[in-house]
Design a protein around this ligand. Structure first.
Ligand SMILES: [Zn+2]
Length: 447
């Protein structure tokens, strides 16, 4: 068996940080031949409490905004006695940090090594600043050898944006520094990397791993047929990691069939980094509990919800010195479960329900677009490009045909019947042949 190398050890000159103490914790795990993934959950929680307290002390000492909100909430010292008490720490809203590069910065600006920003689909961007030690030392401390099987035998194609946001460069570092993997930096839609060239490069170097978005994985598959490249044969992928956009499990399975390899989800954000990763059982995302503490809160009352209840995902980063996120409201919906996963990983499991603003109100209920997609993708004659349009309570599905002899009318009727059967709602269906492909985030919901 090939092992991940974790061979790059970066030392940052004369560096001292509140995170140095955790090197020992992870070294001990290494020495015992274990990873945090399989520890008894109580041990993970003990580590998390220590890490949360180290972060609270760091932000209290280094940042005025964090300190004043903690003091206003009644804290006289930056310390909690249990993870449940994290609920008494004020939450961080996007609006507070939008467009403000200093607000929660916890280091001298000259210590910043990298700035990332959100794509800013709505208003001003959110800037996230990292120190070099954040990126090359602390972020790589936790190893997840059960979740990631990549090694220096692999060649990883990264088809994610390298500009502004975290994904491209984040995966680049992970593959190179943790896994020792050769990387093909395809980017996504940059003028240097048209799709046919990207596919040719993957063929030339026999890529074994692809990291991209669900819609771009579909687009690459589609385009391969046009340039005569047989995916599965010419490009012998073992694994696709999907990130950036959520999608349903049926969409994922359609990609597995098309590419002929396992496809798994990776949930993270530019602000928080990695949050959850899907294991081989595909029963949700294991929370990356070495990197983050996740809570689920009621978006209205802001109360912390117990296991099983769906609410807003709130993230506290554990291994950041530049710009730690403390109880950051992500705007994503999901619920948490204790892991009972057959894979043996003990880290909690999160089910994603999509973004709050994308929920579709049909009748008296809110539906996750992933659920609608899930039902739509159950119909094999429907392609992977579609739109959901909601207008005055009426859902119109625009869909394309996929490798079928059905007429437009026949397919439309089939979709209508299937959706009525699955969600009990009548929807309008339009079969299109021209749904635009995109290099950016696929827009599928028009609400
Ligand atoms: Zn699992």
């Amino acid at each position: 068996m090939k092992f991940q190398t974790h061979k790059m050890t970066v030392s940052i000159d004369e560096h001292s940080s509140h995170l140095e103490q955790f090197k020992e914790f992870y070294k001990q795990l290494d020495d015992e031949g274990k990873t945090i993934e399989v520890l008894p959950h109580q041990k993970i929680e003990d580590y998390q409490l220590k890490a949360v307290n180290a972060t609270l002390a760091h932000v209290w000492n280094r940042n005025e905004y964090y300190r004043s909100t903690l003091e206003e909430a009644g804290f006289t010292e930056p310390k909690i006695d249990s993870l449940e008490q994290l609920a008494s720490v004020p939450m961080l809203k996007k609006d507070v940090i939008r467009g403000d590069k200093q607000k929660i910065l916890c280091v001298d600006p000259k210590e910043i090594g990298q700035v990332h920003l959100t794509s800013g689909t709505s208003g001003k961007p959110i800037y996230t600043s990292y120190t070099l030690a954040d990126q090359y030392v602390y972020d790589l401390l936790p190893k997840y050898l059960e979740l990631f099987k990549e090694s220096d035998d692999d060649v990883a194609a990264i088809a994610l944006p390298y500009e502004f946001a975290l994904p491209g460069l984040g995966f680049q570092r992970l593959f190179q520094f943790a896994f020792g993997t050769a990387v093909l930096s395809l980017g996504k839609g940059g003028y240097m990397a048209p799709i046919d060239k990207s596919l040719e490069l993957m063929k030339e170097f026999q890529a074994t791993v692809l990291t991209t978005t669900p819609s771009y994985a579909a687009l690459l598959a589609e385009e391969s047929e046009k340039c005569g490249i047989k995916i599965g044969e010419d490009i012998p992928l073992k694994k696709i990691w999907l990130t950036g956009e959520g999608c349903s499990s049926t969409f994922r399975e359609r990609l597995e069939k098309w590419w002929g390899c396992e496809v798994s989800f990776f949930y993270g954000s530019t602000e928080c980094g990695v949050v959850g990763v899907e294991c081989s059982k595909h029963n949700g995302y294991h929370v990356m509990e070495g990197h983050v503490k996740v809570e689920i809160v009621d978006p209205v009352s802001e109360e912390v919800l117990p296991y099983g209840r769906t609410g807003e995902i709130v993230v506290t980063t554990l291994l950041r010195e530049g710009m730690p996120m403390v109880r950051y409201r992500t705007g994503d919906l999901g619920n948490l479960q204790k892991s009972k996963c057959d894979c043996g990983i003990t880290m909690d499991v999160i089910q994603l329900r999509g973004r709050m603003e994308h929920m579709l109100r049909l009748g008296t209920e809110d539906y996750s677009p992933f659920l609608i997609e899930h039902f739509l993708m159950e119909i094999p004659e429907v392609g992977l490009w579609y739109h959901l349009k909601l207008d005055q309570g009426v859902l119109t599905i625009e869909a394309e045909k996929f490798r079928t002899k059905l007429s437009d009318e026949q397919l439309a009727a089939k979709i209508q019947e299937h959706m009525a059967d699955r969600i009990g709602i009548h929807c309008e269906v339009v079969i299109r042949h021209d749904i635009p492909r995109t290099f950016g985030k696929a827009t599928r919901v028009f609400n």
